[in-house]
Design a protein around this ligand. Structure first.
Ligand code: ADP
Ligand code: MG
Length: 554
């Protein structure tokens, strides 16, 4: 299940109510549209379409963009009456531009409304947006100028033509800026048609949309991807074995840049379809920029975000728009529409490297440290199990943090005891993340600083060294025995050593302490957030510390 509501109507009504509640500059009109209140005079823009693509369209209501928006039900076009009422409401005699995505229902309803409005003497121009190359069944000659039908969307062979997708907001922005500058109706519409002609898009996803009350619109196996999906959960044109995202983006950019007429100055838009993480989308933008540059295009602006979604589809679309100075000027103009992000000037995709990794101490020369090496080997071998424990009681990154810190070392670890402990600590602090990065890092770094330059563990005062490590960890995190952390294993071991016990005694106490963490709800660390769910699950950090003292004992 991908939705909290189990029918489609409630989230439609409540969602519109929420949009109005969240803004002071728009209102719901009972005749079926959202309107920007206190709009400045001039040519007005009306758009709309099925709901479920938020923030499209309501998020683009604003000065310098849309004056009214007609929302249909989820993935359903609005009706002609809604559009006519909105058109009447916004017209102040300057005329109205309808921005219409090329879907049969939208085209018909906007068309009927435009005709009815014309009968009342309202001047209406329609800008049809059809940028989705996946639905281009026409000559596909990549002239970037459509097929000469004036709308630039015709698909040839009498089909419905290219669907309108990502380019819609670019059309709305350019038209809105032109209107805000006082351009007259025909000029505003031509600005929009120009953008529609010069923009092409394509989308890809790893699954369908899960709208309330419906099954997923289509589903894919783990190793499949769908190319050319639409924004209504439609199947794509091409189901494939999953390829690398690098290859997919290369192919997509190749297609859309070519279909847009291979412009040499471009805006590129990476748009999330609703179910893709922000960081992945940024990564896709970086790849797209690289591809465009390798095609010799100059990237003038980038945009990245969820603008035209397909409910919760796990996918993205890429749009390439050929630009010139005039068009950039319109796209850069301010707007009060909350969902519009100013396109960012492009300054290249930098190489992201982690410089701190370069000067980490190695542990690859000097006497071998077999006990510490055995511990590293054991933790690495158990990293999946440790992650599983952390998944049950925490967030499931523990094993990854261990691997990040320990896997880079060549075994056996070599160097004085102090140097090897220090190297382990530094590696945790720099390479690992999370609480364990800090806790283990400080523990080992402190022990390293205390251990001196003995060549063998047997020459080290382990009670004092482990005590120093323990005190540092307690000072850092404030955990007491019983809180279900590393302290539950370390402290009993340190006390045993300070009591004159052997390393075997220490190891035994550490293991007992670690196992006991399964019996109580953790009091510190992330396991404390999940309450009873942590019961019966041993703390992975404590287990790793128990393994540490066991390894020292040999
Ligand atoms: P995160 O909790 O950030 O996901 P990890 O999963 O990498 O970090 O590390 C969790 C481990 O950190 C736990 O197993 C626990 O032993 C240890 N830990 C958590 N909180 C503390 C604390 N306050 N003091 C000492 N160790 C702690
Ligand atoms: Mg964790």
């Amino acid at each position: 299940m991908g939705a909290f509501f189990d029918d489609a109507t409630t989230p439609y009504r409540l969602g519109l109510a929420g949009m109005v509640a969240g803004r002071s500059d728009i209102a719901w009109r009972d005749r079926g549209f959202l309107e920007l209140t206190d709009r400045k005079k001039g040519v007005a823009l009306v758009s709309g379409g099925g709901s479920g693509h938020e923030p499209l369209h309501a998020g683009f209501l604003g000065e310098g963009m849309l004056g009214a928006v007609c929302p249909g039900h989820i993935f359903t076009s609005p009706n002609a009456r809604q559009v006519l009422e909105a058109t009447r409401a916004v017209d102040d005699g300057s005329g109205v531009v309808h921005v219409v995505k090329n879907y049969t229902g939208d085209v018909m309803n906007f068309g009927v409304a435009a005709a009815l409005a014309a009968e009342e003497g309202i001047r209406v121009e329609t800008v049809l947006v059809g940028d989705d190359v996946a639905t281009d069944l026409g000559d596909g000659n990549g002239d970037g100028g459509g097929n000469g039908d004036g709308d630039g969307v015709a698909g040839g062979s009498g089909g419905p033509g290219r669907r309108g997708t990502g380019a819609t907001i670019l059309v709305e922005k350019a038209c809105g800026a032109a209107a805000a500058r006082g351009a007259e109706l025909g000029v505003v519409a031509d600005v929009g048609r120009n953008v529609a002609r010069r923009a092409r898009s394509i989308a890809m996803s790893l699954g369908g949309a899960r709208t309330p009350g419906s099954a997923e619109s289509f589903s894919l196996a783990d190793d499949e991807a769908e190319f050319g999906v639409g924004i209504h959960g439609e199947r794509g044109v091409d189901r494939r074995k999953r390829m690398s995202v690098e290859d997919a983006v290369a192919e997509m950019i190749d297609e859309v840049h070519g279909a847009a007429g291979s412009p040499d100055r471009v805006l590129v838009l990476a748009n999330g379809l609703g179910g893709i993480a922000g960081l992945e989308l940024e990564a896709i933008l970086a790849l797209a920029c690289g591809e465009l540059e390798s095609r010799g295009a100059r990237i003038e602006r980038t945009m990245c975000g969820n603008y035209i979604t397909a409910w919760d589809m796990a996918g993205f679309s890429l749009t390439v728009l050929g630009v010139d100075d005039d068009l950039l000027d319109l796209l850069d103009a301010p707007t009060s529409a909350p969902a519009w992000d100013a396109p960012a000037p492009y300054s290249g995709v930098p190489e992201i490297s982690d410089g701190a990794l370069d000067d980490l101490p190695a542990a690859d020369s000097g006497p071998a440290q077999p006990e510490l090496s055995a511990w590293v080997e054991r933790v690495l071998a158990a990293s999946d199990e440790l992650t599983e424990l952390d998944r049950k009681a925490g967030d499931g990154d523990f094993g990854v943090n261990m691997r990040e810190a320990l896997a880079p070392f060549d075994l056996p670890l070599r160097g004085t005891v102090g140097a090897v402990l220090h190297a382990l600590g530094e590696s945790y602090l720099v390479r690992a993340g999370g609480t364990s990065g800090a806790v283990f890092g400080l523990f080992f770094a402190t022990m390293g600083a205390t251990a001196g330059d003995a060549e063998s563990l047997s020459d080290v005062d382990l009670a004092a060294v482990a005590r120093a490590g323990l005190d540092a960890v307690v000072e850092l995190g404030g955990a007491q025995v019983g809180d279900g952390t590393v302290v539950d294993a370390i402290e009993p071991a340190v006390l045993a050593l300070e009591d004159g016990g052997t390393l075997a005694d220490a190891a035994h106490h550490a293991a007992t302490g670690a196992e006991a963490t399964a019996d109580r709800v953790a009091g510190k660390g992330r396991a404390s957030y999940v309450g009873d769910a942590a019961k019966g699950v041993a703390d992975p950090g404590a287990l790793v510390m128990a393994r540490f003292f066991e390894a020292l004992a040999g």
